[in-house]
Write a protein that binds this ligand. Structure first.
Ligand SMILES: Nc1ncnc2c1ncn2[C@@H]1O[C@H](COP(=O)(O)OP(=O)(O)OP(=O)(O)O)[C@@H](O)[C@H]1O
Length: 206
């Protein structure tokens, strides 16, 4: 489903990847736990087309990651970034807007479904009236989870998705993810993610 084929990447003067190979099949779950600065976030950004490789190929469902395929590829991915950056505005309006995009039209979004998900991630619906700039880091992360649960896309790219959560919430999302049918690449230093069926990758360079 996602294939890195001899991928090389240099950022600044740092060679992060040198002929890197990895094959992720449908339903596979991978956790990148390599040291800080080794290129974990950059690997996710390569799949999303936010960063361009210096060599090699990245294939997503047999389509190469390149500008003409990005619309399709991104429509298949639920991305939870390290610093979830919601547009400015009331939470209810921001969600309304996200689900008005054509790409999300088949999500059957409604406020009732949003409130259900908010309860699932232990957020009170009062958050809907808050401005996205006024919510805490933990609330932001849980809102990010609510969003990718509602989007229900087949592939999840999760960048430190539990860094701002308490132990109980962290375990809830880990259990949810490992039991899901999603194809998952998770970047996390939390060792709790290193449980079957998550495949742990702790280095990218030989
Ligand atoms: N646009 C850029 N230009 C130059 N260097 C960059 C750029 N983006 C990232 N880097 C550098 O590339 C290296 C890898 O960054 P990346 O964020 O992928 O690492 P990481 O493994 O996810 O780190 P962490 O665990 O600390 O989040 C870092 O040294 C970073 O400073």
């Amino acid at each position: 489903m996602i294939r890195f084929k001899n991928v090389s990447l240099k950022l600044g003067n740092k060679q992060l990847l040198d002929q890197f190979n990895l094959n992720i099949s449908k339903g596979d779950k991978v956790v990148f736990s390599a040291p800080s600065g080794s290129g974990k976030t950059s690997l996710l950004k390569l799949v999303l087309g936010f960063v361009e490789a210096d060599g090699g190929k990245i294939l997503f469902n047999k389509r190469e990651v390149m500008p003409e395929n990005m619309r399709f590829i991104r429509s298949q991915i639920g991305y939870l970034s390290q610093d979830i950056d919601f547009p400015n505005g009331r939470v209810s309006e921001v969600f309304q807007e996200i689900f008005s995009y054509t790409v999300n039209k088949n999500c059957h979004y409604s406020t009732v479904r949003l409130v259900e998900k908010l309860h699932e991630v232990q957020l009170n619906e009062e958050i809907l009236r808050k401005n996205t700039s006024d919510i805490s880091g933990g609330e932001r992360q849980r809102l990010g989870w609510a969003l990718i649960l509602l989007l229900d896309r087949p592939v999840w790219l999760l960048d430190e998705p539990t860094s701002a959560l308490d132990d109980k919430m962290k375990q809830f999302f880990i259990d949810y993810t490992v039991r899901s049918h999603k194809t998952v690449i998770c970047v996390s230093h939390d060792t709790e993610w290193q449980v079957p069926p998550m495949k742990v990758i702790s280095r990218f360079c030989p």
